[in-house]
Design a protein around this ligand. Sequence first.
Ligand code: HEM
Length: 572
Amino acid sequence: MAITSRFVTYVSGFYLKAPIYACLASHSHSPSASFSNMTVSLAALLFVTAVAVPIITALLLLSSAKKGRPGPADGCRRLPPSPPGLPLIGHLHLLGRLPHRALRSLAASHGPVMLLRLGRVPTVVASSSAAAEEAMKTRDLAFSGRPGLLMAQSLLYGGRDVGFAPYGEYWRQARRVCALHLLGPRRVASFRRVREREVAALVARVRRDAAADGEANLSDALICYSNAIISRAAFGDGDYRLDGDQGGEKLRQVVADFQELVLASPMREISPWLGWVDTLTGLESKTRCTFEALDGLLERVIADHRNRRSSGRHAVLGDGAEVADDHRDFVDVLLDVNEMDEEAGFQLETDNIKAIIMDVFAAGTDTSSTVLGWAMAELINHPHEMRKLQAEVRAAAGGAITEDHLDGMPYLKAVISETMRLHAPAALLIPRETTEDTELLGYHIPARTRVVINAWAIGRDPAAWERAEEFVPERWFAAGDALLDYSKVGQDFRSVPFGAGRRGCPGAGFAAPTMELALANMLYHFDWALPHGTGAGGDVLGTPALVDVSEVFGLSVRLKEPLILVAKPWSG
Ligand code: HEM
């Protein structure tokens, strides 16, 4: 019965939210469309509650749980151990609302390599640094596939992006373009002015909020900051918005919807005969609305860039050489690459360009703002470390912090490394798929098995880290200077927030100055505290209240509650 009720919670947790999503997405359309969507969604809600959940529950009750299997065999080869599962849903009910935590608990009983069945999908979960190193270094090629996730297919032009593209020639070429032309060191440096302008806007916003009522909603301000940087880098200075968008709010909502949807598991992925649930809950209509809104925007942006190109108003690369003062945005670069690489036999169609830009939004916005939110929360909860970082930042500059100051701030880098060790935003990375039969820590892993790497659990592994659950930035100095440069992905498999290997994040070098500049400026310009009477754990005996570090799981695992802080301007 307990198992059944947990499954109902799982179904309702995701699917009862879906109708609300559909209503939100419909704001970009006519009021009547919005109303009819809401009506369909309410009907769907009633239907799912009254009919679908009881049917599925009955099916589960009719079936009995399978016994756990320590190392089932595939022929004579040993498969990883599995916990007991249920018919139909396998181990889905064990994931709960915070799958990274649930998977770590399961790994404590079943080992660092487990085999789960999520609906129909056999999934291997790697939870130790040794398993991560074997998968992303020693046997990198065999673990470099991505599963054809249904939502990614629907939202990313059938997987014509980089992050969700299957391993193969298209991915290799698109990844090269991304790593070399969009996210290489020179291109990242070319966006320095964008970052410095947006960080000045962030500081001004916090100052304004603090002057108005003494408190700043830092979560909101950080999302705006990282969205603005990616928008400017991708689209340039044009003011591209969705229809009737005030202050970019609608675009922000649609990007947030996109990020939430892209890794969602529709019912039809669990079992094709449950596909009708996705229609009734509004998941399908929300996916369609979100895709259409972003596709329409990208069409306009690309058409506008093409017009400017045909009228000669853009900078171009000469003979493949970098232009010294190159301010081209990602769309310009992708259109240039398209023309140059046509001769090299690689063609980027308009849909590929749109998919790659969507990738950059999905991968680059939420992740950076989430790390910044966690860093501020940890620093508030660790005042000694906050003062130490403030001393470093304030000693380095006599005014606003620019990118020239960042190299002289090792403690800043240690704080960000430590934040990502404890709070890898992509807690389970992006799912992978084996491209061939292979092995992991001695277990046989068949081709086309889904692979999840629990970066969150690896960062907190007590076998790899002393005081693993504590925030101790100093540990990164003991680990050696080389590891302080966290943007060099794949150096230390005890902390893998960017993944590693062929599929490792190509955007770490872009994310690093974005995060460092913001954190340094926030600590330079303000002294921070929790508003009186808020936070968790404070008591009358004088124990200070702490930021509530409850999490919510998504494309990024972020703070459940918005980070509202008192910001007191510092005048030196
Ligand atoms: C703190 C910031 C960031 C974190 C923690 C992060 C993390 C990740 C992770 C965990 C993966 C999957 C790696 C794997 O499977 O091994 C990934 C992939 C990717 N990231 Fe990032 N990322 C960040 C910022 C960015 C930025 C700023 C961009 C682009 C502007 C970006 C672009 C990508 C792309 C295109 C991929 C797909 C790579 C592939 O599949 O070949 N990321 N990222």
